[in-house]
Design a protein around this ligand. Structure first.
Ligand code: FES
Length: 136
């Protein structure tokens, strides 16, 4: 009886669950992101805590312009976060300053390379069409 009890304890060992916690997606922060492409196509993908919107789009073969390769030095990765902006990292000065350079910025604007997932809720993100001429 004691042996059986001990086995049960080991099976439900809290330390083991905590130790292996990151391995199991069911326990991780994973919401869904719906990316809307400029032509209206929608792609629903899994979000990944800590990753930028650009990284998640690229990992799922969704095209987002990124002329400066994610260095906050252009605005080609501009997206509009229609829902779930509270699931993203706070906007830092560099991103705000860069966004201030584009005339069509609005309160939904983020740079996909700078906005990182910090929650497990869902997002709706509209991708800008590629711009003609200068991309800055
Ligand atoms: S890729 Fe250039 S600012 Fe995001």
């Amino acid at each position: 009886m004691i042996k059986k009890y001990a086995q049960t304890q080991a099976y439900f060992c809290l330390s083991c669950i905590i130790l292996h916690y990151p391995k199991y997606p069911v326990f991780r922060n994973m919401g869904k992101i719906t990316f809307i492409e400029p032509d209206g196509d929608a792609h629903v993908v899994q979000s990944e805590d800590g990753d930028s919107l650009l990284e998640i789009a690229q990992a799922n073969k969704i095209h987002v312009e990124h002329e400066c390769e994610g260095n906050c030095a252009c605005t080609t990765c501009h997206v509009q976060v229609m829902e779930g902006d509270n699931e993203l990292s706070e906007m830092e000065d560099a991103e705000a300053n860069r966004l201030g350079m584009i005339p069509f910025m609005n309160f939904r604007s983020r740079l996909a390379c700078q906005a990182r997932i910090e929650g497990d809720g869902d997002l709706l993100v509209k991708i800008d069409p590629p711009r003609e001429g200068g991309h800055h």
